[in-house]
Design a protein around this ligand. Structure first.
Ligand code: AP5
Length: 216
């Protein structure tokens, strides 16, 4: 039962690959981005503050995010967990290591999805996500078969994210380089880092991740 982290900047393809692993290996995706988007709709004061921070492209505070992860982790996963977009700071990474150790579990790999920043603007600004099942599409590279209809569930609720603007992407990238990229050195030093070419075709990226998992 492997536990892995998908690490990479906005648009690297973390969500796309995590969904594949859920379908092919029965792993459980823990996406802090998805959890926070859900919290945004709760109508609470916390939800309102989270929405503002996310729309600007900044990181939500460590305590909120760690609390969300702890809650979901406690529900267990027979096929292992995919940490998607978590951890994003050294404090979150330490909290994850501690949570796994406390539960007699380990991290099998931190997979760095290596991409070129220039590709990210096109990926982010062309993305739509199904509001019903979470499937991810792209206007050019992965359009739905029938325009406006989700291939997976037939829903017409295809959405663009409020933070998927060029403006917010600049802040998101800055946050990534300032606060998240130090984790590459952190996991390298622990002997847990593996890089995959995130610019390859979706199937090729999936095959590279499968190789890492088969060795875990
Ligand atoms: P989050 O939802 O985690 O967003 P992100 O990290 O910015 O990543 P994205 O979801 O934008 O991209 P992705 O890597 O999943 O790419 P995708 O597969 O969709 O976080 C959002 C916000 O929440 C943060 O800014 C922050 O405010 C907050 N937050 C979340 N976690 C937090 C934490 N731990 N701490 C603090 N704050 C936190 O792909 C993108 C597009 O590219 C799609 O259209 C897809 O079809 C296409 N694509 C994917 N792979 C390929 C490929 N190989 N080739 C061509 N196109 C591809």
């Amino acid at each position: 039962m492997p536990n892995i982290i998908l690490l990479g900047p906005p648009g690297a393809g973390k969500g796309t690959q995590a969904k594949r692993l859920v379908d092919t290996r029965g792993m459980v995706q823990l996406s802090t981005g998805d959890m926070l988007r859900e919290a945004k709709t709760s109508g609470t004061e916390m939800g309102r503050r989270v929405a503002e921070v996310m729309e600007r492209g900044q990181l939500v505070t460590d305590d909120i995010v760690i609390g969300l992860i702890e809650e979901k982790f406690a529900q267990g996963a027979k096929g292992g967990f995919i940490f998607d977009g978590f951890p994003r700071t050294l404090k979150q990474a330490d909290a994850l290591a501690e949570m796994l150790a406390r539960n007699g579990q380990a991290l099998d790999a931190a997979i760095e999805m290596q991409v070129d920043d220039a590709a990210l603007v096109a990926r982010i600004t062309g993305r739509t996500t199904c509001g019903n099942c979470g499937s991810v599409y792209h206007d050019v590279t992965h359009p739905t078969k029938v325009p406006g209809v989700c291939d997976a569930c037939g829903s017409h609720d295809l959405r663009r994210r409020a933070d998927d603007t060029e403006e917010a992407l600049k802040t998101r990238l800055m946050e990534y380089y300032k606060k998240t990229s130090p984790l590459i050195g952190y996991y390298y030093a622990k002997g847990q880092l593996t890089g995959v070419d995130g610019l390859a075709e979706v199937d090729a990226v999936a095959a590279a991740i499968a190789k890492v998992l088969d060795k875990a």
